[in-house]
Design a protein around this ligand. Structure first.
Ligand SMILES: [Zn+2]
Length: 346
């Protein structure tokens, strides 16, 4: 199969068989900086049962076509997909699962922590990232929030936001001879879960642990609030309580050790926490002002050269770091005129 993506080998269309009966299939995304989203197809090698799919992809026609070609390459067809386990509610993971269910009758599973957000989305009927926009305004970036609100988000399509067949908690799922432990890992979203196959040493990590990038924290379509970064750091440390496993992420290549990447991500956030404190300095500032004093992405670009969407993620991420510093009593926060103002504790 020829590559249809030029952004990097991991995103090239095709099938990578990670181990017998476990296949990684990158599906295309529209216009997205992430290049592709991996879905995983799990075969039951004992009986000729259905296929379990982990993550669904983004509901675009190119994704379905790429999936159909991948299934043909392993002598399967779409009707074999009996269960779709989705790591979190973001559009690039959930919406295609809902569409496939309509076409194929597959059962869709999603973490129970996503339920309030999904129900709120259903009430709001909005294609705006309402939750993140609210966080953005409290971070002192009202003008940026207005700008994002004025952009075309593609319209709200209720048909791709239908509820799953089953909400998942901390439990073990069995499909034929395969056991998957569901581990709730709030942080990237409130209801993110990972799937751990302990016998085979595989961690299907969704966007919780990514090999090349640091996952955004708390980008919520609906319900804002909570303590996303503190939750995320706890969810990272939780991974080290299980035996190390190969990392099968939703974006990026398969790598050998989930634990080593977890250690890097924890180190990254330690650096960012220290950097946020330094950027705040002796001033009283909102998160937007602190974000403008920091550099962004692995290439350390200034805040001003990010596009509006990434500026939103950057401001909200800064707010999340400052809120962890508040929990650790290194920073104090006061809410005035709808904006959180942070000051270093002396
Ligand atoms: Zn994603």
């Amino acid at each position: 199969m020829t590559a249809r993506f030029d952004q990097g080998p991991w995103a090239a269309a095709g099938v990578q068989t990670v181990q017998p009966g476990v296949h990684r299939v990158p599906l295309p995304l529209p216009n997205d900086g992430l290049h592709a989203v991996n879905v995983y197809l799990l075969e039951d090698l004992d009986d000729d049962g259905g296929l379990v799919m982990i993550d669904g992809g983004w509901a675009i026609p190119e994704a379905r076509k790429t999936l159909e070609e991948a299934l043909a390459a392993i002598d399967r067809d779409p009707g074999d997909i009996s269960h779709i386990l989705v790591t979190h509610i973001h559009r690039d993971h959930y919406t295609h699962a809902v569409e496939l269910r309509r076409l194929l009758g597959s059962r869709v599973y999603l973490g129970a922590g996503e339920r309030p957000g999904l129900e709120m989305l259903d009430r709001l009927r909005s294609d705006q990232p309402v939750g993140s926009l609210r966080t953005l305004r409290a971070a002192g970036a009202g003008e940026l929030a207005d700008r994002i609100e004025g952009m075309d988000h593609g319209g709200y399509d209720p048909s791709v936001w239908e509820a799953p067949d089953r909400w998942l908690g901390a439990e073990t799922l069995r499909f034929g001879d395969r056991e998957l432990r569901v581990v709730p890992t709030p942080g990237h979203t409130k209801g993110h879960v990972v799937f751990l196959d302990e016998r085979r040493g595989l961690l299907f990590s969704g966007d919780h642990v990514l090999p090349h990038i640091t996952p955004s924290i708390g980008f919520e379509l609906a319900e804002p609030g909570g303590r996303p970064l503190a939750d995320y750091l706890d969810s990272l440390r939780l991974m080290t309580r299980y035996a190390d496993a190969r990392l099968l992420p939703a974006h990026g290549p398969v790598t050998d050790s989930a634990h080593s990447r977890v250690a890097e991500l924890l180190g990254h956030h330690d650096d960012r926490l220290a950097g946020s404190l330094t950027a705040l300095g002796e001033d009283t500032l909102d998160a937007h002002a602190v974000a403008r004093r920091l550099t962004w992405t692995r290439r350390a670009v200034p805040f001003g050269s990010l596009n509006a969407f990434n500026q939103m993620l950057a401001v909200n991420e800064t707010a999340a770091h400052l809120d962890v510093l508040v929990l650790r009593e290194k920073v104090a926060v006061a809410f005035a005129d709808g904006v959180n103002q942070y000051t270093r504790v002396r």
